[in-house]
Structures are given as C-alpha cells and as structure tokens.
Design a binder for this molecule. Structure first.
Ligand code: CA
Length: 232
C-alpha cells in the first residue's frame, strides 16, 4: 500500500517544519503550502489523503479553504486551531473539517489524530464493501433492522436516541458539533435543541456506557460536540 500523502498547510515556518519532520520520521509522504490559494491548488492537483490545515493563513481564512475544498472533495481535513478559539473550531467542523488539533499540540497527539483519521477512512471503505451492520467493541448497530445491541442484549432506545447513535456510529472517530447533530436530528439548531441534545445524549449514554465516569463509546468535547470512539 502507498504511504499516505499529507498536505501540510501552515504559514508559521517553525510549526510547519515540526510537522514535516514528524511526518518524515513516521514514513508519511507530504506536501506543504503556506498560503490558502496554494493549498487549494495542491489539494486539487495532487489528491492528498489527508489535509492538515492551519486556520490563520495570510491570504485566505482557513474556513474558506475548507469550503472551497468541500465543494469538490470529501478528503479528510484536520484543522489546527489556536487554543482560545472554540468558535473558529466549531465553524471549521460545521463547514466540513473532520477533526481538530489545538495549538500547542504534541507530536504524539498529531500522530494519534492522523491514525484516527486513517482508520475512519479505512472503515468508510469497509462499510461500502461489507453492508449495513456496524460493529464497535460490544456495540452492534443494524441499520437495516433499525436496532442496536450491546453484546447479545438489545438496547431499548427511543427513536431519537437511536437516530443519535446511528449518526455517531456512521461518523465514528469524527468530532460532530452540537449544531451539526441538532440539524441532522431535528432539522434546526436553536439553543432549545442543544439543550434537548444534552438530555438525549445523557439517556443514550446511560443505556450504552457501563459507568458515567468512564465513557467507553461516546466522548464529550466540551463546548464543541461529541465523538464516537473506535473501541479496540
Ligand atoms: Ca497561521
């Protein structure tokens, strides 16, 4: 199999060099861009496997780069965002970014995010090949049958809880924002819906997770959203 090709979009040379060095050591192939326009051009002409995208670029806003790439491609985009800025992070995820890394980040974290994204890609390809049953740890979702199991035990879910579970499962490994989820489930994203989401998420977790302190399947990203974790 070809080594994954990563497009690194970052105008800050020391950070770009750190990322590139990490990629080299871990046998990734890479391309670099320091400007948004260049990033879009390279994404179009080289078809990378993953884009690592800094949001603060000199010519274009990173979110604009995501929008333009999303107009023709589903390739995974991992955003690199400044710590204090949850709004940017959420905007990026809502516009189609797959995941985010917060600056400053460790090399281990960067590699972990890349692995999660690669695994998700592999799963998506698997799913296309292997039909409408989702497995994750002891969780099984039978999309066609409209039911879910934990081990052999059927999960007694309300229709909304089941929809939530399917949405998270279909995007396993990917952070979904509150507003993305509420739009998918209720078709809108008012403060009320986000409050309801918290309630439904709590009842879903009660049925799905062993203990409230050690969630195994659903991870909370405070102020951002939720992610279903791939359980080994
Ligand atoms: Ca920057």
């Amino acid at each position: 199999m070809n080594k994954p090709l990563i497009l690194v979009v970052e105008d800050d040379a020391p950070i770009r060099n750190l990322i590139v060095t990490t990629l080299k050591i871990h046998q990734y192939r890479y391309l670099t861009a320091a400007r948004g326009e260049d990033a879009i051009m390279q994404a179009a002409s080289h078809n990378p496997d993953i884009v690592l995208l800094d949001l603060g670029l000199p010519d274009l806003d990173g979110v604009e780069v995501i929008r333009r790439i999303r107009s023709w491609s589903n390739l995974p985009i991992i955003v690199i965002s400044a710590r204090s800025n949850d709004t940017d992070k959420i905007e990026a995820l809502d516009n189609g970014a797959d995941d985010y890394l917060t600056k400053p980040f460790s090399v281990e974290e960067l590699l972990a995010r890349l692995r999660v994204t690669q695994r998700r890609l592999a799963l998506l390809q698997d799913r296309e090949n292997s039909g409408p049953i989702f497995h994750n740890g002891s969780l099984t979702v039978d999309y066609r049958g409209g039911c879910a199991y934990l081990g052999e035990e059927p999960l007694k879910l309300t229709p909304i809880e089941y929809k939530l579970l399917c949405l998270l499962a279909r995007n396993v490994g990917k952070v979904l924002t509150h507003s993305y989820i509420t739009k998918e489930i209720w078709g809108s994203s008012w403060d009320n819906d986000i409050a309801s989401l918290r309630v439904f998420m709590a009842t879903l977790r009660k049925k799905l997770e062993k203990g409230p302190d050690a969630p195994q399947y659903i991870q909370t990203h405070i102020g951002v959203g939720y992610r279903m974790i791939r359980v080994e």
